[in-house]
Design a protein. Structure first.
Length: 216
């Protein structure tokens, strides 16, 4: 079972939030008040993140991760939920939906990482191959600049670097390897389409790494 924060307001429906790389349950602090007016909320900490940060991982086991999400839902007696994912969280949700579709009522993908631009694929592969040579804090900043290169992105870059530095080096590269594994999205998208679930892609016009992949 994953570490999590559950907000049960006695509402009829649940929304499950899955953060991006370097994030945590705190990623969603600005969404809690609004969503909790109509829904019960479940905020997950992925392995190596947030309350799970002491649990350093060397490899992300997709099946174990899916089972961990399922166990958390079962523990809270959540039979079906709306899922909201950001960046890395979109990949996690996609794999979980394919493995356990009965738990999915609908999906919202924010900055979907299911289909990445060519330069981002290059960065992920470069980071994976150079992980023993480059300081990992430098790599965090490199990711931030590639994803958010403009002057008006400065605050977002700072927040990303500040949060991702809480992630242990080994856990960081375990998730980079996981990202590399999911760089070929065609099969994933076909499987998601076959589920017959409502899926909404949300992306900003300056989110250059993910915009094309959201226009499916």
């Amino acid at each position: 079972m994953l570490k999590h924060e559950a907000i049960n307001n006695g509402k009829e429906e649940w929304v499950v939030f899955v953060h991006g790389i370097g994030g945590s349950t705190h990623t969603w602090k600005k969404q809690i008040d609004s969503f909790s007016e109509k829904y019960n909320l479940l905020l997950l900490d992925l392995p190596g993140h947030g309350e799970n940060s002491d649990n350093i991982i060397k490899k992300v086991d997709s099946k174990k991760l899916n089972d961990g999400i399922k166990e958390t839902l079962d523990y809270l007696n959540i039979k079906e939920a709306h899922f909201v994912g950001l960046s890395l969280g979109t990949i996690v949700i996609a794999h979980f939906a394919i493995c356990y579709p009965c738990y999915i009522k609908s999906i919202i993908f924010g900055g979907a990482a299911l289909k990445l631009c060519g330069i981002y694929r290059f960065v992920v592969n470069f980071a994976n191959n150079a992980k023993e040579l480059l300081p990992y804090r430098f790599m965090y900043k490199m990711f931030a600049w590639f994803m958010m290169p403009r002057g008006n992105h400065r605050k977002s870059r700072q927040i990303f670097v500040r949060e991702v530095e809480k992630l242990d080096r080994k856990s960081m590269f375990a998730w980079i390897e996981y990202l590399k594994f999911t760089l070929h999205p065609d099969t994933i998208m076909k499987q998601l389409d076959s589920l017959g679930k409502k899926i909404l892609f949300i992306c900003g016009d300056e989110d250059h790494c993910f915009l094309k992949g959201s226009q499916l």
